[in-house]
Design a protein around this ligand. Structure first.
Ligand SMILES: Cc1cc2nc3c(=O)[nH]c(=O)nc-3n(C[C@H](O)[C@H](O)[C@H](O)COP(=O)(O)OP(=O)(O)OC[C@H]3O[C@@H](n4cnc5c(N)ncnc54)[C@H](O)[C@@H]3O)c2cc1C
Length: 365
């Protein structure tokens, strides 16, 4: 199949769709091919927008994440205007509680906005915390988005903007000289002028690139119907190895394990036990809430846990993968910087640190 379309994006997760929408809004014809929307980490995530709570040290990665967090409100407004759908953005702030016996580390990014709350102050801020919580860091500018609502909004935006979205698998990138010539897919051969690889944890299946899956198990509970309020938790709780993310409709997302088990799916009793024990310790009332759902997903992890963004060894192939734990947060900045690069040859200095060539020596590309 020869596409009249200019750009073919392989992978329709949050990164592929965000970029597709951005490119289309700038007047370019775009096609997305994606094998399975259900398997996307975009659906599995917690949706935290948490550069500070994640304790990303001062670095180009922190700058990239902060830039993306700043882009979020306007980006969400734009998507909601296109689709008429709520994307569930909630700048709720994040509390990182510290429990008895845990080391009390000062955040490294001194210039950013944050505050230490002692045991009384943290309970004033969020009543109902477990008795082991002795205080915590308050990050007012971190927040969250309902990533499933956002993913739905992106899929709808793609439809509204008449972006072709093909549900099939890319099997092989056909390369000739220093260019990609086409993509072999389960629907036949597809050709375009330019290509983007945005296949998340599955990227290594198409290109020799150091991205592998890190599995995360998750679960959700729901505030009971007879509760006095729809949602007693008014901020994200980001503990050690556990986070609790309230949604405004009464759901509460609890995550996440971090496991190097390849693409082995499924929820395990050990995973669930760890999550439940950690969550109940931080917010004991949860133990009485009905369980809604268990699920898992695969984060696209690179060797240095940083994304791979921008040019590749092939002049018409752009890379947008390896977003690991922060792909929901990084979607707007990835879309903006890569659209600038692809359409205006404007390479933001921020991209330099995320170039694939930092893996020279481990790659065959
Ligand atoms: C449990 C968990 C919790 C997380 N929590 C957060 C969080 O709180 N905040 C945050 O910012 N990030 C979080 N993340 C990370 C975030 O979800 C990912 O970084 C992000 O989804 C990556 O986006 P992506 O588009 O690259 O990949 P995905 O969203 O995984 O999408 C990739 C898509 O490509 C498709 N695909 C793969 N191979 C092919 C092929 N050969 N042909 C066609 N299509 C293909 C797949 O079917 C999939 O739909 C979490 C992830 C997990 C798993």
């Amino acid at each position: 199949m020869n596409l009249s379309q200019d750009i073919l994006i392989i992978g329709g997760g949050i990164i592929g769709l965000s970029l597709a929408v951005e490119l289309k809004l700038r007047g370019v014809s775009v096609t997305v091919i994606s094998q399975n929307f259900q398997q996307a980490a975009a659906r599995a995530a917690a949706g935290m927008l948490a550069p500070q709570a994640e304790q990303i040290p001062p670095s180009p990665m922190l700058d990239l994440c902060l830039k993306s967090r700043a882009l979020y409100p306007a980006w969400i407004d734009k998507l909601e205007a296109i689709t008429g759908l709520p994307a569930g953005y909630w700048p709720s702030g994040i509390i990182a509680p510290v429990c008895e016996g845990e080391v009390y580390e000062q955040p490294e990014s001194f210039t950013l906005n944050y505050q230490w709350l002692d045991g009384d102050a943290i309970r004033q801020h969020q009543p109902g915390l477990g008795e082991k919580v002795i205080g915590g860091w308050w990050y007012p500018e971190d927040g969250q988005v309902d990533n499933r609502a956002l993913f739905q909004a992106l899929q709808t935006a793609a439809k509204e903007l008449q972006i072709d979205v093909i549900q099939d698998s890319a099997i092989e990138l056909i390369r000739q000289g220093n260019r990609v010539f086409g993509v072999e897919t389960t629907a036949g051969k597809i050709k375009a002028n330019r290509y983007v690889l945005a296949t998340g944890a599955w990227s290594k299946q198409l290109l020799d690139i150091p991205v592998c899956p890190t599995k995360g198990q998750m679960l959700s509970v729901k505030v009971p119907e007879d509760s006095a309020v729809i949602q007693p938790l008014q901020t994200v709780l980001f503990g050690r190895g556990i986070y609790i993310v309230p949604r405004q409709d009464g759901r509460i997302i609890i995550g996440a394990t971090s496991e190097n088990v390849g693409f082995t799916g499924g929820n395990t009793p050990a995973g669930m036990q760890t999550l439940l024990a950690g969550a109940i310790k931080l917010y004991p009332e949860l133990q009485n809430y009905p369980v809604l759902e268990f699920w898992w997903g695969f984060r696209p992890a690179t060797l240095d846990e940083l994304p791979i963004l921008g040019a590749s060894a092939w002049e018409n192939l752009t890379l947008a993968t390896g977003h690991y734990r922060n792909g929901i947060l990084l979607a707007p900045v990835t879309a903006k910087l890569l659209a600038d690069l692809m359409l205006e040859q404007k390479s933001d200095p921020l991209l330099a640190d995320f170039h694939y060539s930092r893996f020279a020596g481990v790659l065959a590309i």
